[in-house]
Design a binder for this molecule. Structure first.
Ligand SMILES: *Cc1c(COP(=O)(O)O)cnc(C)c1O
Length: 368
């Protein structure tokens, strides 16, 4: 691997292959695999990740918002794409770019059918989202009669799938609640299927659902975080490989006398003769201010260097008093040995947050 000379996010596509194959090994051969590549494929690069997964014969993609889907279509991605949280203002674009909406309310269904009819569509693929306990987006079971009667008024759309989302699939303490969500989802599916003359696919599981609830895979699974190398448990983390490595370089080293301060607002005071290193990555790159004042750390020559003082917009300063290093040395913020889930824990947050926070200013480099 080349030594970093600036801040870069290295994306290891062979680790992505490994994670895809691992997750596929957990599902039946006939179960479809949807890769969730919202938010720049969890902070990596949605186009590169999508193209790589297409080579591995992924069945479906999902993004959160319409514009994320447009980027993929512009790049030549042809696999079907669900837009999980579309807004009516984007419905024309959705149809123009063959993006399939998740329909989660009567209002959204009516608006989508209106647009599909205006654009002379026949059987345009849509996906119905049901709320089984997350209480975020979705229809409920008692909405089904009115959904079906609305669908019967128009041939412009066709329901490809019914789905729901688990609230706590990674948490074994919530096993009973997850099982209740599975039960509710089955009864929604039964109710819907009793009122129409074909069988839409069913899907419920995210990554932790795939790993913890093999009985609930239905026709398709929707994996995000697992593809990027995190299994939401110590055990499963061992089976997956983080695909992203965030690294940087030491720009300058300072010798700091006792009682001198470092950074804005003089937030750190030297306890003796100390040394600090300035690293070209800041809160504008995704290192939130919560990581400042000793909460977060970076790795230099295999040693932990705590972030001292406040995180600046474009830089951090770290304490290297006990570390053998020089200007130009490489700095690891996270990689597969010093994982993002470990770093995020130091700020009482989760891997999802730190990996998706790496901003678009950081250069992406791809390893095959
Ligand atoms: C983000 C998302 C997923 C992926 O969840 P992971 O825990 O990252 O696997 C699946 N389904 C829906 C509806 C989502 O919003």
């Amino acid at each position: 691997m080349p030594k970093a000379q600036e801040t870069v996010l290295e994306i290891d596509l062979s680790a992505l292959t490994h994670n895809f194959n691992y997750l596929k090994s957990k599902i039946q051969p006939q179960t479809k695999f949807l890769a969730v590549i919202k938010a720049f494929a969890y902070g990596s690069d949605s186009v590169e990740v999508a193209k790589h997964l297409e080579k591995l014969n992924v069945d479906y993609f999902a993004v959160a918002y319409a514009k994320e889907g447009v980027v993929l279509r512009d790049a030549g991605v042809t696999t079907p794409i669900i837009v999980l949280h579309p807004q009516p203002i984007n419905f024309e674009i959705l149809i123009d770019r063959c993006l399939e909406p998740s329909i989660y309310s009567a209002n959204v269904l009516n608006e989508f059918i209106k647009t599909a009819e205006a654009k002379n569509q026949k059987h345009y693929p849509i996906h119905l989202k049901f709320n089984t306990g997350l209480n975020r987006l979705g229809f409920i079971n008692s909405d089904i009669p009115s959904i079906v009667s609305k669908l019967n008024t128009s041939a412009s759309v066709k329901v490809v799938s019914l789905f729901s989302h688990l609230a706590a699939s990674e948490d074994n303490n919530e096993l009973n609640f997850t099982e209740l969500q599975i039960k509710r989802f089955k009864s929604i599916a039964d109710n819907f299927e009793s009122k129409i003359d074909y069988k839409p696919w069913l899907h419920l599981c995210n990554t932790s659902g795939v790993l913890n609830y093999p009985e609930a895979h239905f026709d398709m699974v929707r994996c995000g975080i697992g593809l990027y190398g995190f299994g939401n448990s110590v055990e499963e983390d061992k089976n997956l490989k983080p695909i992203a490595c965030l690294k940087s370089v030491i720009s300058q080293i300072h010798k700091i006398d006792k009682d001198e301060t470092v950074g804005y607002n003089r937030a750190y005071t030297s306890k003796g003769f100390e040394k600090s290193a300035t690293i070209p990555i800041g809160h504008a790159d995704g290192i939130n201010r919560i990581y400042g004042k000793g909460n977060g750390f970076v790795i230099i020559n295999g040693e932990k260097a705590p972030i001292i003082g406040n995180v600046c917009m474009d830089m951090i300063m770290v304490n290297i008093s006990d570390i053998e290093c020089k200007e130009g040395d490489e700095v690891i913020i996270f990689n597969s040995d010093y994982s993002a889930s470990h770093l995020s824990a130091s700020a009482k947050t989760i891997s999802y947050e730190i990996i998706t926070a790496v901003s678009q200013r950081v250069k992406r480099v791809f390893l095959e």
